[in-house]
Design a protein around this ligand. Structure first.
Ligand SMILES: NC(=O)c1ccc[n+]([C@@H]2O[C@H](COP(=O)([O-])OP(=O)(O)OC[C@H]3O[C@@H](n4cnc5c(N)ncnc54)[C@H](OP(=O)(O)O)[C@@H]3O)[C@@H](O)[C@H]2O)c1
Length: 336
């Protein structure tokens, strides 16, 4: 079987030379372990930080180690009483075609997919981390109330392409997305359930925010951080909630180049909340989240958009593409 290992550490954005595709034997399994065949692997912006050991919640990655990553897989052989061949699982598989999984080890965060009538690829997106993240940010952190105005940045990305649907399902009023380029902005309105879109690459963000939110912003789901958040702070309403989901505009910048905020005082003036959150702090509720999102998909309230590349050999390209804005929807690679 094939697997990708870390060949060298990136300096800024990774290049193909930082990865090496290797042949390895299919693993043998022991007691209470599973052999699984990878169906889909996800890519996430944070993986670049795995490569430089800057993500404190992930095990260190040494040169020559298999790249970390989650995916959805089919159980081929099981020596664990709770799993059978044919079961569909979500786990930390690594970038490889087959993996040995120890479901009892909390590190792997392995769980059996529940809604197997839906496509397996949803085990990368809507029924996994990016869907759960959209749900947690909108529902648990921002507690959207019917009729409220909602803004999402990174709105055409994996999480953002679902955050608008989640806001709508919770009864939000005006839901506006920010993305880069006219194609993504058109997609926000025609495919992803947003009422309006702002192109941060070619439009004046402050003017567009004022135009779209004449009565202010109640909820902001932020995937990007930096300058755009500073502009949003000028328009927040009393008791507004901001979910700090990600900071992709700054992941590749040295600290000295991070945005210097001018408008944070608006939080105090408006008695507003800005709260960061981490999807893995909610693992005890993943089954509940999977069922909510699966029901919304069946009811037509959530229409997942996927950006699928074919073949394990395209994993590095899929990861680098996130930073180049090449994906619309949940980025993933089909392996099996
Ligand atoms: N809190 C959590 O537990 C949690 C969980 C999952 C993900 N996250 C975070 O949530 C964010 C979104 O993750 P995702 O998986 O959905 O990834 P994603 O949004 O699919 O990431 C790629 C998108 O980010 C945008 N982007 C790239 N560079 C940018 C820049 N310099 N400035 C502004 N936008 C930029 C691009 O869209 P445009 O073409 O529109 O610029 C690109 O398509 C990330 O920051 C991620 O780290 C957090």
């Amino acid at each position: 079987m094939r697997q990708w290992v870390l060949a060298s550490r990136p300096d800024g954005l990774a290049t193909i030379d930082n990865f090496r595709l290797e042949e390895a034997p299919v693993p043998e399994i022991g007691d209470r372990e599973l052999l699984v065949r990878t169906l889909y692997l996800g890519v996430a912006p944070v993986m670049l930080r795995y490569m430089t050991n800057e993500a404190s919640f992930e095990r260190p990655l040494e040169i020559g180690d298999v790249m970390h990553g989650r995916g959805v897989a089919e159980v081929i052989a099981s020596r664990h009483p709770d799993f059978r061949p044919g079961d569909r699982v979500q786990s930390k598989l690594g970038w490889r075609e087959y993996a040995k999984i120890a479901p009892d080890d909390p590190y792997f965060l392995t769980y059996k997919m529940r809604n197997t009538d839906l496509p397996a690829s949803y085990g990368i997106g809507s029924l996994a981390m990016s869907g759960f993240t959209a749900l947690i940010g909108m529902r648990e952190i921002c507690q959207v109330v019917p009729g409220e105005t909602v803004l999402v940045s990174g709105a055409a990305g994996g999480v953002g392409s679902q955050a608008g649907f989640v806001a709508r399902a919770l009864g939000a009023g005006n839901v506006v997305g920010i993305a880069g380029g006219p194609e993504k902005c058109s997609l926000l309105m025609t495919r992803l359930g947003y009422d309006a879109a702002i192109d941060y690459k070619s439009e004046n963000v402050r003017e567009k925010l004022e135009e779209n939110f004449p009565d202010g912003i109640d909820v902001y789901f932020d995937n990007v951080f930096g300058e755009v958040l500073d502009e949003v702070l000028l328009l927040i309403n009393r008791r507004a909630r901001i979910a700090l989901c990600g900071r992709i505009s700054e992941y590749l910048k040295p600290v000295a180049e991070h945005h210097a905020f001018r408008n944070l005082g608006r939080l105090g003036l408006q008695d507003a909340k800005l709260e960061a959150f981490f999807v893995y702090d909610y693992t005890a509720r993943f089954a509940e989240f999977e069922d909510i999102l699966a029901n919304w998909i069946r009811d037509g309230k959530l229409n997942p958009l996927e950006h699928v590349l074919e073949g394990l050999e395209r994993m590095p390209e899929a990861l680098i593409g996130l930073y180049e804005g090449r994906n619309a929807g949940v980025a993933m690679v089909r392996i099996g």
